[in-house]
Design a protein around this ligand. Structure first.
Ligand code: PRP
Ligand code: URA
Length: 215
């Protein structure tokens, strides 16, 4: 379902037909807010299965109604961390597959003239470092917001960070590889480039505005 990109070796690209079908509908300017929100969560749910592929498990013993049995369960608690605002649009989709996960929040917006990240909020479980973190934001443009969110998580001691986005620009993937080569970027698409306003081309516009109807 996902393959390493030959040009960006930190990127796993999800080329599954259903992912691509829903992404194309999401990109269309004719898709309204309600459909945009629904598609975003559906895409996050489809990607979640593969994102979790390498999570550590441990052996446990349980009683079935018939006999004692050995099984495997996730070894440590997983925390989903959306980058506010737009990451919220994927969180329910991930939780639908993964209801036991905790949810932390990091609030970052881009300064409109410089596109540099500005952090305004951070609330994470006290023991967030105890397990993997799935960091979520549909858009990776310059990469500044995601790289900064990874800094915050690493300052808290988190070692295993998976970044899940939908649309990545080559510029953002390059920045992530330079600053955080240990972080795998899961994405449904790698687009052409950024425009002069640091928006992804062709992209899907401003994800936060399209989720929350604020433009
Ligand atoms: C968007 C998006 C990312 C960021 C990506 O957020 O959701 O967080 O831009 O851009 P970057 O890779 O260049 O940092 P935005 O700043 O629009 O804030 P919002 O989600 O609150 O609307
Ligand atoms: N943030 C968005 O929401 N869209 C872009 O294209 C770039 C940053």
């Amino acid at each position: 379902m996902a393959a390493l990109d030959p040009r960006h070796t930190n990127a796993l690209v999800y080329d599954h037909p259903l992912v691509q079908h829903k992404l194309t509908r999401l990109r269309s300017r004719d898709t309204n807010y309600a459909d945009f929100r629904r598609l975003l969560n559906e895409l996050a749910g489809l990607m979640a299965y593969e994102v979790c592929r390498n999570l550590p498990t441990r052996e446990v013993e349980i009683e079935t109604p018939v006999a004692r049995a050995k099984g495997r369960m996730l070894a440590t608690p997983v925390t989903i961390v959306p980058i506010l605002r737009a990451g919220l649009g994927m969180t329910d989709g991930l939780l639908s597959l993964f209801p036991e996960a905790r949810v932390g929040h990091i609030g970052i917006y881009r300064d409109e003239s410089t596109a540099k990240p500005v952090t305004y909020y951070s609330k994470l479980p006290d023991d967030v470092a105890h397990g993997p973190v799935i960091l979520v934001d549909p858009m990776l443009a310059t990469g500044g917001s995601a790289a900064h969110a990874v800094d915050i998580l690493q300052e808290r001691g988190v070692l295993n960070i998976q970044l899940v986005c939908l649309v990545a620009a080559p510029e953002g993937l390059t920045l992530m590889r330079e600053q955080h080569p240990e972080v795998v970027v899961h994405t449904a698409a790698i687009d052409e480039r950024l425009n002069e306003h640091y928006y992804i081309v062709p992209g899907l516009g401003d994800a936060g505005d399209r989720i929350f109807g604020t433009h």
